[in-house]
Structure formats: C-alpha cells, structure tokens
Write a protein that binds this ligand. Structure first.
Ligand SMILES: CSC[C@H]1O[C@H](OP(=O)(O)O)[C@H](O)[C@@H]1O
Ligand SMILES: Nc1ncnc2[nH]cnc12
Length: 418
C-alpha cells in the first residue's frame, strides 16, 4: 500500500473536508466529490459547480493548485475544469491537484457490508494500485495522462478511489448480477478490507445517485449482500432533525421507526411473513456504532426514533409539526423497508443517522433543501467513515455466532407461506 501522508502545511485546504496529500516531490493533491445532479442541476446548468466547490476551487487555484475535474461535464476533456464559465487547464497549476467527481459521499457510504468469502479478481485492484503508486511516487506532470484513463471506464474506479482509498486495502470491484427480485442498485460493488475484515460498499441510490428512495430495489440490494456472504450491515442515512438538541452535523443511532411510506413495494421476501419489529436494529451493533462515534469525539445521540416518509418530496410544515408531536427525533426516506428486509434475511443491521438539517419546522434555521443536505453531508461523511472504520474494528472482537443463529431463527419463524 502506498504510504500517503497528510501535507504538513496544508492547513489552508482543510476547509475541503478532505485530506490533502503530498507526493514524494512535495506536490499536493486532494480529492473531493459532489452530487452533480442534485447539487447544481445537471440538466439545467451543465457548466456550473455548486457554490461551495466553486469557492474552494477558486481559492485552491489562486494558491497554484491544479484542478482536475472528472465530473460528467468534463469527462471528455481529459485535464482541467470549467469554473464559473472559465476553463481551467490543469497545466496552469503547478503546486498540486484537486480532483472533483460528481458523486455524493452519502450514497457511496450508504452501506458497508462485512463478508467472509474470498475473491480472486485482481485486475482492477492491480490497476488501482498502479494508479496509486504513480500518484504518490511520480512527478504530478507525468501522471496527468495516466489519470485521464479511468475517467472513461465508468466502472466506479474513480468514485471508489476518491471515497475509499484511504481506508480500504486490497480493493477491487466485484460484479453482481440480477437477483430473483430484480437488479440491485449497482452492477458492481466496491470490495476491500478494513483491519483484515472483508467489506463491501453499495450505494442504495446507485452509482450516479439516480434511484429515488421509492424506487430503490431494497430486496435486490439485501439479497445481493446476503448472497455475497455479508452478515452485518452498517447503513447510513441522511436525516432531518425534529429536535433542537439534535443539530445538523450531529450523528445518531437509529432505534425505532415510524413507517409513513405508502407506495413502495417489495416489502417482504415471502408470500406471507410477519417479521417482529419491536427492536428493528441490532442492539449490539447499535452500541458499537455509538461507542465508536463517542470514541472519535463526535456528538452522537443514542436511541433515536425516525419517521420514514415516502418522499421524494420533503415534508410540509404541518407534517413536520405532526412528527414532532409524536415525539419522533428524525425524519428520513430510506429506512423502510430496508431494515425489515434485513431482519427477514437474518442480517445484523444498524443505521448511523447523519443529521443534515432541521427539516422545515425551525423558525431560525434554513428549511431543508437538496443544497443544504449535500453541504452538511460533506462534513458528515468524513465523520461517518471514521465511525464505520472504528466500528468494524470493534465488530471483529465479538463472536456473533449466537446472535446470528437467533436472528435466523426469528426470521424462519416469521414465515407463514414462502
Ligand atoms: C437529498 S436529501 C434526501 C436524500 O437523503 C436520503 O438519503 P439516504 O437515507 O439514502 O442517506 C434520501 O433517501 C434522499 O435520497
Ligand atoms: N428533512 C428531511 N426529510 C426527509 N429526508 C431527509 N433526508 C435528509 N433530510 C431529510
């Protein structure tokens, strides 16, 4: 594994919420990603970047950083970035490199799966390794052309590299096929290891975040993970807060849900099954997530109740107040039927809530919007990755056999007609 290290005097760049690395020639580079479609409306403003990224890029550019845009718009322009209508050529920048990719952090870390089997496909890993080696050990000039290659691969390599290279080892992409319930959200999953634990990553909204909460094929996703040998699912979910004390930027541990979804299908794997849900989330995994968040120094709220709405629209003020009157803590869109299906498959499942906004009830705070959620998620995704990595280390210490047997028994007993 290439030994990346944080740039020691790169404090200017930390507002990116991304690590800034230095290669052996003392040049800086960093990566960031954003959701092009959601943040700046790809169809209507194809050449504009979200305002926060634009500011960052302007700052970095003025510091002599190279901007390397691998987002959809500049996919065919190998090196450079269009910012505020102006095209910035990579060659104009000498001190470093900022790569931009049009994907949110959120979906990329939506699911982390642990599994037990081994895979042998090494091609992509080899390729990634080569890329990383070039990145760290050569002059930036010489990897420009090299970097242009993965842009056209549309195989998730860039996304994966940006989001996970710092935490996963032995990384590769694993192709997955159609399930008896249809296609999962992605045709290939990122696979790697954390502390020798096998991990798969699957974004429930798909590679390009083009699957709305109601259209996520929750059954196909969970089935795929189960088939791959996953035993645990660490889910993340962007949530609005219904309580003053649970502020945007905080983390939370989901404990209960109130189901307000109404059109999504595929809620069971069976003809007739009644899965018990008094405690939908695994208590041991909940504790691990909580402990890991606190250990990392983040504000994290235990035992939260979330209202899962159908979406994709956000709530009206009347709805938001209604949910508050029910005593709920959060509102989100994807917990149902994901958690109940995970229970039907006997998986150990828990959700780390990423609090992105105050929904629309707060008189002094901005109402929820895609921009607000995306902006807050950038900060939260760094925290979430940290918590998930720490959690995996704790998970590894525990013998889960009895827990898994118990879950399998409850799942079996809930089936009336297969
Ligand atoms: C852009 S806000 C709504 C967005 O957030 C939720 O994502 P997730 O629970 O998967 O983290 C929801 O599904 C929406 O896509
Ligand atoms: N306020 C909100 N309502 C529903 N889902 C959300 N995801 C993030 N914020 C949300």
């Amino acid at each position: 594994m290439v030994n990346h290290h944080y740039a020691t005097n790169a404090q200017y760049y930390y507002h990116l919420h991304n690590p800034v690395y230095q290669n052996n020639d003392g040049q800086y580079y960093s990566f960031c990603s954003f959701d092009w479609n959601q943040t700046c409306g790809y169809r209507s403003q194809p050449n504009s970047l979200p305002f926060y990224l634009r500011d960052e890029i302007e700052t970095l550019s003025s510091l002599g950083m190279m901007v390397f845009d691998v987002s959809k718009v500049d996919r065919n322009q190998a090196i450079g970035a269009r910012i505020s209508g102006r095209y910035y050529s990579a060659y104009n920048f000498t001190k470093g490199c900022l790569m931009i990719k049009s994907l949110t952090y959120g979906p990329a870390i939506s699911h982390w799966m642990l599994r037990q089997r081994d895979h042998t496909d090494r091609i992509l890993y080899h390729y990634m390794n080569d890329w990383q080696t070039k990145m760290s050990h050569t002059n930036i000039d010489s990897y420009w052309t090299f970097l242009s290659l993965p842009i056209d691969l549309s195989n998730g390599a860039v996304k994966f590299f940006i989001d996970d290279s710092t935490i996963l080892t032995n990384i590769k992409m694993v192709k997955v096929s159609e399930t008896p319930y249809g296609l999962p959200s992605d045709s290939e999953l990122v696979f790697g290891q954390i502390d020798d634990v096998d991990v798969y990553i699957l974004g429930r909204h798909g590679h390009d975040h083009d699957i709305s909460p109601s259209n996520v094929n929750y059954r196909a996703n969970l089935w795929t993970l189960k088939q791959l040998g996953c035993t645990h699912i660490l889910a993340t979910s962007a949530c609005g807060s219904l309580k003053e004390s649970i502020a945007p930027g905080h983390l939370g541990i989901m404990d209960q849900y109130i189901d307000r979804t109404n059109v999504r299908g595929g809620r069971s794997f069976y003809k007739v099954a009644h899965i018990p849900q008094p405690r939908p989330f695994d208590p041991t995994l909940q504790d691990i997530l909580y402990k890991s968040a606190i250990e990392a120094g983040y504000i994290c709220h235990p035992s939260l109740t979330a209202v899962c709405i159908e979406g994709p629209r956000f709530s009206t003020l009347a709805e938001s107040r209604l949910y508050q009157s029910w005593g709920a803590d959060l509102v989100n869109m994807t917990m149902v039927p994901e958690v109940q299906l995970a229970n039907e498959l006997g998986l150990i499942y828990a959700t780390l809530a990423l609090v992105t906004d105050y929904d629309c009830w707060h008189s002094d705070e901005l109402s929820v919007s895609v921009d607000l959620v995306t902006k807050t998620l950038r900060e939260l995704s760094t925290k979430a990755k940290d918590v998930l990595v720490r959690s995996i280390k704790h998970i590894k210490q525990i013998d889960w056999t009895k827990n898994l047997e118990n879950k399998a028994m409850i799942a079996r007993n809930s089936i009336m007609v297969e």
